[in-house]
Design a protein. Structure first.
Length: 477
């Protein structure tokens, strides 16, 4: 059987450029695919962090004369330490900018994001077309989220229509982000006016990158089986449920994994002490160190609840504001690490000031602290209103930190209520508080709690199974 060749298209990749879970997926899934026998190349913009990390990247080719207003660009190649090849899309006028890939210093979208990520999709399609001058040619192009979602359309428009044209797969990591732009962006993107229809790229008066991908991709996946069902319902389909139902025969859910070499309490370099299933006693040392680091009372007489998250209403963390007083009266401690909505950040800082020694908040992101919260907290809170997959609940299970989650998306697919974590279904702060109360009651029963911890720590959430499912899907395509 011939070796499958896949071009993996992503707008970010950890550890160099990461704003969310997609960065982690882009770092781990291609490596797992490579272990499963797939020949993978990762296409990612050559942001400053990647330019600095790989100054000796090899020039592969220059690409000129693309349709619309795309600038001339180049591809550079580098093999990263885990033997996966990165292809860096070099277009300095579009990608050589400070900070976030999507936002300027004021937290606003870059005004030319349509052209920036349109170029990412267009180059991905060029690589997958008969026009490519490269010696390596993919059997399929696997694009991710709205930033790569024009790829399937470009393959149809400019692929050449021959057997050399790659097939297309689009993975939805979060349907809420749809890449909406104006009709005036059609021409700069090299798209004909004839696509401005319901069957094309028009979406309620906008040009939608994501809709285009869902409309034209050969196959569609999302990041958990439950989320694949949820997005086909009108109430949770973000306006795209009808199209997803129409293409349901091409849609499937494949659960994400976690990098078990990075997330391993036996070897984690960010933890002050290590522990394992069956030898979990040292976890209390991590808790004490976390309390000291965050200015919390150094006690083991109450549970420590952990949060590492974007601070948004999607994550349900506004409910913590509502139930904070009840949590403190349990009693319990709370540590929060994250950033997001400015108002929510301010509210959490206010709570920390109101309950010194019991609530600690760090605004921003700190990789080491994220690991110590996973290892040092007694339980982990994820009350998401919707959650396509979620990674922290899998990490928490592996770290013996039972998660408290709402039964949605990947949370429903990974946490078993009363067995390795605690679940609730209603979208209310009262239901969230009730689940926390059940968790705290269990925590006070040492034998029962150890059983719950150990059950979670024996679960396996590595990328191997997901990689095999993707490889099978690739072969079908």
């Amino acid at each position: 059987m011939k070796t499958l060749k896949s071009l993996f298209v992503t707008p970010e990749i950890a550890p160099w450029v990461k704003t969310g879970g997609l960065g982690d997926v882009a770092a781990a899934l291609p490596e797992a695919l490579r272990s499963a026998g797939v020949d993978v190349r990762i296409l990612v913009p050559r942001y400053p962090a990647l330019r600095e990390a790989f100054p000796k990247a090899k020039l592969l080719t220059r690409i000129t004369g693309l349709e619309g207003q795309f600038p001339d660009c180049a591809l550079y190649s580098v093999v990263v330490p885990k033997k996966v090849t990165l292809w860096l899309l070099d277009a300095p006028e579009l990608f050589d900018r400070p900070g976030n890939p999507y936002l300027n210093a004021a937290g606003q979208d870059w005004p030319d994001n349509a052209l920036r990520f349109g170029l990412l999709s267009r180059v991905a399609a060029w690589i997958g077309s008969k026009h490519s001058t490269l010696s390596w040619h993919p059997h399929l192009v696997h694009s991710n989220d709205w930033q790569g979602a024009l790829t399937p359309l470009y393959l149809q428009l400019f692929g050449g229509g021959s057997s050399k044209t790659a097939r297309s797969l689009l993975t939805i990591h979060n349907l809420a982000f749809q890449g909406l732009f104006g009709q005036a962006d059609l021409a700069p993107l090299g798209l004909p006016d004839s696509l401005w229809t319901l069957e094309g790229v028009e979406y309620h008066g906008y040009l939608s990158f994501l809709k285009a991908g869902l409309q034209f991709a050969d196959r569609i996946t999302t990041v958990s089986p439950t989320y694949a069902q949820e997005i086909q319902r009108d109430e949770t389909g973000m306006g795209l449920a009808g199209l997803l139902r129409h293409r349901s025969d091409r849609l499937s859910g494949i659960l994400n994994g976690i990098d078990t070499t990075i997330w391993n309490p036996e070897t984690d370099p960010w933890l002050p002490a290590h522990y394992a299933e069956g030898q979990i006693k040292s976890k209390s040392l991590v808790k004490k160190a976390l309390q000291d680091e965050m200015g919390l009372q150094g006690t083991n007489q109450m549970p420590l609840l952990g949060v590492v998250s974007r601070l948004t209403t999607q994550k349900g963390l506004d409910w913590l504001q509502v139930i904070a007083e009840e949590l403190m009266q349990l009693p319990a401690q709370l540590v929060v690490l994250g950033s997001g909505a400015r108002e929510m950040e301010a509210d959490f800082l206010t709570l920390a000031a109101r309950y010194p020694g019991q609530i600690a908040v760090r605004i921003g992101f700190d990789e080491g602290l994220a690991h110590r919260i996973e290892g040092g907290a007694d339980m982990f809170l994820m009350p998401s209103r919707f959650e396509p997959c979620g990674l922290n609940q899998m990490i928490s299970l592996r770290y013996g930190t039972p998660p408290v989650v709402r039964t949605t998306g990947g949370l429903a697919d990974t946490v078993v209520d009363g067995v390795d974590g605690f679940c609730f279904s209603e979208e209310t702060p009262e239901a969230f508080l009730s689940a926390i109360r059940r968790a705290v009651t269990a925590w006070h029963n040492a034998a029962a709690w150890k059983k719950i911890q150990r059950h979670g720590m024996t679960r396996h959430f590595g990328w191997e199974q997901a990689a095999l499912q993707y490889a099978h899907l690739y072969a079908e395509l």
